[in-house]
Design a protein around this ligand. Structure first.
Ligand SMILES: O=C(O)c1ccccc1NCC(=O)[C@H](O)[C@H](O)COP(=O)(O)O
Length: 260
C-alpha cells in the first residue's frame, strides 16, 4: 500500500469515529459556522504575488520540519508578509496538525484560511466551516469524479471556495467542472514523493481559463514563481521552504519582498 492509500484508509476510520463523537448538529451550532467567508480565489486574482503560505509541522516525505514555532506567530507573520492566504494541515497522524491549530490561526488573522486535509466525506466540510475555514482542498487522486462533484457542490453550498488538486492529465480530465474555483497542480507525486515544477508547466495549457491556476509544492525561490507566472499561474502554495526556518513568518516576509 502506498502512503496516500494508507492516509486515506486511516482517514475513513478517523471520520467514522468523529461522527460518533461530535454530531453534525453540534458543528452547525459553532459561532464560526455563521461567519462570512473570504474568497481565496478572488484574493489570488487580484494579486501580483499569489502566495498561499502553509503551516506544516512534519510530512511523510520530510519527517520533522518544525515542531517549535507557534501557529499563531506563523499565521501573523504570513499575514504581515502579504500572503494571499494560509494553508493549515489539520491531519494529526502524518502531518502533526489539528483543528485546534486551525482555530488558533483563525483567531490570529483575517486572511483566507485553507483547511489542508484529505477530504473524503461531507462531514469534514462541515468541520472546516465550523472552525472558520474559507477554502477546502479536494485531491483528485483519492476521489472519483462523482465524489469530486458532490463534495465540491456541498462546499459551495457552505460558501467555501474549492481548490481541486491534480498531479496528471487523467486526474485533470475527470476534474474539470463548474463547482471548482481553483485548479491546483501538485508538483509532488504523492505516491513517490518525486517533486518537479515541470508538471505544472505541462498541465497549464489544459486548465481552462475559468479557473484560477495554483502551483503547489517544491517551490523554494522567487525565480520559480516568475517562471510559473509565464504559464498562467496566479497562486503558489509554499510550505516547507518557510516552515523549515526558525521564523517562518520572517522568511515569508523576506521572500515576498523579493517577489514584489
Ligand atoms: O508533503 C508531503 O510529504 C506529502 C505527502 C503525502 C501527501 C501530501 C503531502 N503534502 C501535502 C502538500 O501538498 C504540501 O504540503 C504542500 O503543497 C506544500 O508543499 P511544500 O512547499 O513542498 O512543503
Amino acid at each position: 500500500m502506498n502512503i496516500l492509500d494508507k492516509i486515506v484508509a486511516d482517514k475513513h476510520k478517523e471520520v467514522a469515529l468523529k461522527k460518533n463523537l461530535i454530531p453534525i448538529q453540534q458543528l452547525e451550532k459553532s459561532v464560526l459556522f455563521e461567519q462570512e467567508t473570504v474568497s481565496l480565489a478572488n484574493s489570488l486574482k487580484n494579486s501580483t504575488t499569489g502566495i498561499i503560505a502553509e503551516h506544516k509541522r512534519r510530512s511523510p516525505s520530510k519527517a520533522v520540519i518544525n515542531q517549535k514555532v507557534s501557529v499563531q506567530d506563523v499565521a501573523k507573520g504570513y499575514e504581515t508578509a502579504g500572503a494571499c492566504g494560509m494553508s493549515i494541515l489539520t491531519d494529526g497522524k502524518y502531518f502533526g496538525g489539528s483543528l485546534d491549530d486551525f482555530l488558533l490561526a483563525r483567531a490570529a488573522v483575517n486572511i483566507p484560511l485553507l483547511r489542508k486535509e484529505f477530504i473524503i466525506d461531507e462531514y469534514q466540510l462541515l468541520e472546516a466551516k465550523a472552525h472558520g475555514a474559507d477554502v477546502i482542498l479536494l485531491i483528485a487522486a483519492i476521489l472519483t469524479k462523482e465524489e469530486i462533484k458532490s463534495l465540491s457542490q456541498f462546499a459551495k453550498s457552505l460558501s467555501l471556495d474549492v481548490l481541486l488538486e491534480v498531479h496528471n492529465q487523467e486526474e485533470l480530465q475527470k476534474s474539470i467542472m463548474p463547482s471548482l474555483d481553483m485548479l491546483g497542480v501538485n508538483n509532488r507525486n504523492l505516491k513517490t514523493f518525486e517533486v518537479s515544477t515541470e508538471i505544472s508547466k505541462t498541465l497549464s495549457t489544459q486548465i481552462p481559463d475559468d479557473f484560477v491556476k495554483v502551483s503547489e509544492s517544491g517551490i523554494s525561490n522567487v525565480e520559480a514563481i516568475k517562471d510559473l507566472q509565464q504559464y498562467g499561474y496566479k497562486g503558489f502554495l509554499i510550505g516547507e521552504n518557510f516552515m523549515k526556518t526558525e521564523n517562518p513568518g520572517q522568511s515569508a516576509i523576506e521572500f515576498l519582498n523579493k517577489l514584489k
